[in-house]
Write a protein that binds this ligand. Structure first.
Ligand SMILES: Cc1ncc(COP(=O)(O)O)c(C=O)c1O
Length: 362
């Protein structure tokens, strides 16, 4: 198979998105100041707008989603307590055990087969303090659920969890790395989703296209405390208004175009469903398509390296499943070209073992 000279079609993740021209211009022109002193006007504006859009009192800009989740778990728990989350949640599987390392809490996983964590799943895992049990203090929900295929939690489900949690004095943190995708699917403003959580972390640097950054939104009291934890984690940034300038465009404009990514994902899914041996493992609701390859003759890493040789970047989650994530840097035509390449990759008889490549980056 010959190497392809064109820039690769990159469906590995929406984290690979690059800043738009408008973002680059806004970054160059950004008003800045020292944010540790609270003097960066562009960061102030971004945080204020985020709080307003999410219907929360306040917000804090952080360099990454992992830092946002880490701070939220610290805000809502005491050392030695328990949190409940879905068994394949990002906070459990992909954040280097930060909840244990930074907050000293135990994460109790709960399986939700379709990726939608419901109160009836959570309830049996909630513990009250006793001579044998540590107290559960936080429920972490993820919407959309990355490893379940970008599945959206319905509003009624989120409302029930929040109501039951409040009745028991538990807090709810929403890992909303892709919450604008959920809002687009539900045809609701993000504030309608954020209403059912005490804090929400959302990423600017994924489908929204900003080069760096996430925000944590919540009550004024929580966000005031969050500043110290951000500083401790090394997230106290100086003239980061250059990043916030791109973040404002991501928040105000890029959040409005996500239906395009969802339609591209559906088109990709429709095309690969026709390929013998490929089985999509979930209903395609947003910009993520996870598919099983066990009925093909090849492992995901072999298929991944064959695709790479054809100019398509798409990783396995494990040896059985692969994930494609659409975003504005990949066009509909490129999504369909990637599907055609996948058909070639799984039908090639070439038994040449392919070089081993890494699994999914999130
Ligand atoms: C659901 C979810 N939460 C949190 C994160 C972490 O975001 P970041 O990579 O900005 O730390 C990711 C990353 O992909 C994610 O998919």
């Amino acid at each position: 198979m010959t190497e392809n000279p064109n820039p690769p079609i990159d469906l590995r993740s929406d984290t690979v998105t690059r800043p738009t021209q408008a973002m680059r211009q806004a970054m160059a022109a950004a008003e800045v100041g020292d944010d540790v002193y609270g003097e960066d006007p562009t960061i102030r504006k971004l945080e204020w707008r985020a709080a307003e859009i999410f219907g929360k009192e306040s917000a804090i800009f952080v360099p990454s989603g992992v830092m946002g989740n880490t701070i939220a778990i610290k805000l809502h728990t005491q050392h030695g307590e328990e949190i409940v989350c879905e068994a394949h949640a990002h906070v459990l599987d992909w954040e280097l055990s930060m909840s244990a390392w930074f907050s000293g809490v135990f994460a109790r996983p709960v399986e939700a087969p379709d990726g939608v964590l419901r109160w009836q799943n959570i309830r049996p895992a909630v513990r009250t303090a006793s001579p044998h049990n540590a107290r559960t203090s936080l429920i972490c929900v993820e919407n959309t659920h990355n490893m379940a295929g970008g599945i959206v939690t319905p509003l009624a489900v989120a409302e029930e969890i929040y109501g039951e949690a409040q009745a028991r004095g538990l807090k709810v943190h929403l890992d909303g790395a892709r919450v604008f995708h959920a809002a687009t699917f539900l045809r609701q403003p993000v504030a309608a989703i954020a209403r059912y959580a005490d804090t929400v972390m959302f990423c600017l640097s994924k489908g929204l296209g900003a080069p760096v950054g996430s925000l944590l939104v919540g009550s004024a009291e929580d966000i005031t405390r969050a500043h110290a934890y951000r500083k401790r984690l090394g997230g106290g940034m100086r003239q980061a208004g250059v990043l916030a300038a791109a973040g404002l465009i991501a928040l105000e404009q890029m959040s409005l175009r996500l239906q395009e990514d969802h339609s591209d994902a559906q088109a990709f899914a429709d095309a690969i469903t026709e390929i013998p041996g490929i089985r999509i493992t979930h209903e395609v609701q947003t910009n993520i398509v996870i598919f099983d390859v066990t009925q093909t003759a090849f492992s995901s890493s072999t298929i991944s390296s064959r695709l790479r040789a054809m100019g398509v970047l798409l990783n396995g989650i494990d040896e059985q499943r692969m994930r494609a994530v659409t975003h504005f840097d990949v066009s509909r035509e490129q999504c369909l070209a990637a599907a055609a390449a996948l058909r070639r990759a799984v039908s090639a008889t070439d038994s040449q073992p392919a070089p081993q490549l890494g699994f999914t980056q999130l």
